[in-house]
Design a protein around this ligand. Structure first.
Ligand SMILES: Cc1cc2nc3c(=O)[nH]c(=O)nc-3n(C[C@H](O)[C@H](O)[C@H](O)COP(=O)(O)OP(=O)(O)OC[C@H]3O[C@@H](n4cnc5c(N)ncnc54)[C@H](O)[C@@H]3O)c2cc1C
Length: 392
């Protein structure tokens, strides 16, 4: 095995978490060597744009804003693209990487950061081994999926959560026939109250979607001609040419688990984003903070700023204000600022039709979360100011 002494700060992963951390760190420290080691091509792109690319008239290539080499040059660091990390050796402070068919190589680190993201939750139902069901969580998977679509094709979307609803709206914008199936009684079921979810369902239906709520697929089967059929638990049969699963993400923990780090739903980190090994940190979709996993952009940016300062020598605990998320469904614009997980209270709804304001009233009085739709999304800034911080 060849040993390459990269040392300094080694970041595994070139998603928004990896690159944002590198950028924030370089603002504070121009000298310490930084190496990004990544299994993909290391291109810079904004993942949220994957689910509104048709509406923005962008191809998968248009979504990439910088190549790995341009990003490396601008940030004064190395990006090792197509280098998959297969092992962390904590005792030696090295990682083992695999590149193509060459034999594994070792890279040393002083501080190691895991920014390795999450995997799409596998979708399994009778027949799912016979029918291709895609999932999209990076630009390569998006390009592969996009390459198979022809305008007008029938697309089955499994899951009406945030990502599923956004993809549904975007596919409608791209001229596709869209059918959505979700076992919950309304879209965005884990984030918003019924009235808001049903307003979104109405808007997506108006835009052309067929939506089956409170229903599950019991079987997928190849069709006699082209495409396939999904059979629902009420017996309904949905013909489709392409299926996309958007049923959630599972933080990537295998690498950390094999290295003996503490794992929960994600890689467990403390207020300094430090794992159970003092030289190893984690942020972004793979990390589990004191308030759980936070698979969104604003939390990872706050994490990146805090961790950059810590790595630059000023230990900086993570602080998280209330973090609203804009749902990219132009059929009905929505902003959600969900209450912290496990909060007790009840939703209170104002407004009507497309324009709703839902406030989650906590037990001690006062709103601790909100969801806004349509014209009332303009109240976002005002309401955010009054929300309690997620981590003070
Ligand atoms: C379609 C879609 C739309 C979204 N829209 C929004 C939105 O509107 N607002 C919002 O706040 N959030 C949104 N999100 C969520 C947000 O995009 C993610 O939280 C964020 O991009 C996660 O970044 P990350 O860097 O943690 O993970 P990733 O982007 O998944 O990056 C992980 C990196 O780790 C690398 N890697 C993994 N394993 C290894 C290994 N063993 N060796 C080397 N490299 C490895 C991968 O190659 C990759 O470079 C959206 C997500 C999706 C999928």
């Amino acid at each position: 095995m060849n040993d390459t002494r990269a040392a300094g700060v080694v970041i595994i992963g070139s998603g928004l978490a990896g690159y944002t951390l590198a950028r924030e760190f370089r603002k504070l420290d121009r000298d310490t060597p930084v190496t990004i080691v990544t299994a993909d091509g290391g291109e810079v792109y904004s993942k949220p744009m994957l689910s509104n690319a048709f509406a923005q008239n962008k191809t998968p290539r248009d979504l990439i804003t910088k190549s790995a080499s341009v990003a490396a040059g601008e940030l004064g660091l190395s990006v090792l693209a197509y280098h998959r990390v297969s092992q962390i050796n904590r005792a030696a402070a090295t990682i083992e990487v695999i590149t193509g068919d060459r034999s594994p190589r070792m890279i040393a680190y002083d501080r190691l950061v895991l920014a390795i993201g999450a995997d799409p939750r596998p979708y399994k139902v009778e027949g799912s081994d016979l029918v291709h069901v895609a999932s999209v969580n990076d630009v390569d998977a998006y390009a592969a999926w996009h390459g198979k679509l022809k305008r007008g094709d029938e697309v089955l979307l499994i899951g009406a959560g945030l990502i599923g609803s956004e993809f549904a709206n975007d596919l409608l914008a791209g001229g596709f026939t869209v059918t959505i199936v979700d076992p919950m009684a309304w879209p965005l079921g884990r984030l918003v109250p019924e009235a808001v979810g049903l307003a979104l369902a109405a808007a997506l239906r108006e835009a052309g979607a067929t939506i089956h709520l409170g229903r599950s697929i019991v079987r997928l089967q190849p069709a006699a001609g082209k495409g396939a059929i999904a059979i629902l638990d009420d017996g309904c049969k949905i013909p489709f040419e392409h299926a996309l699963s958007a049923i959630g993400l599972v933080p990537r923990t295998a690498l950390a688990r094999a290295a003996g780090l503490e794992i929960g739903q994600g890689i467990i980190v403390d207020a300094l984003l430090q794992s159970s090994d003092a030289r190893i940190y984690a942020l972004g979709d793979c990390a589990q903070t004191a308030i759980g996993t936070l698979p969104f952009v604003l939390p990872l940016m706050a994490q990146a700023r805090a961790l950059a300062a810590t790595l630059a020598g000023v230990p900086t605990p993570l602080k998280l204000p209330a973090l609203p998320v804009g749902v990219k469904t132009p059929a009905l614009p929505i902003v959600v600022c969900p209450p912290a997980a496990g909060s007790q209270g009840a939703w209170q709804i104002e407004g009507e039709g497309r324009d709703l304001k839902a406030l989650f009233q906590g037990l001690s009085g006062g709103a601790i979360g909100f969801a806004l739709t349509g014209a009332l999304t303009s109240e976002r800034q005002r309401l955010v100011r009054d929300m309690p911080a997620l981590i003070a």
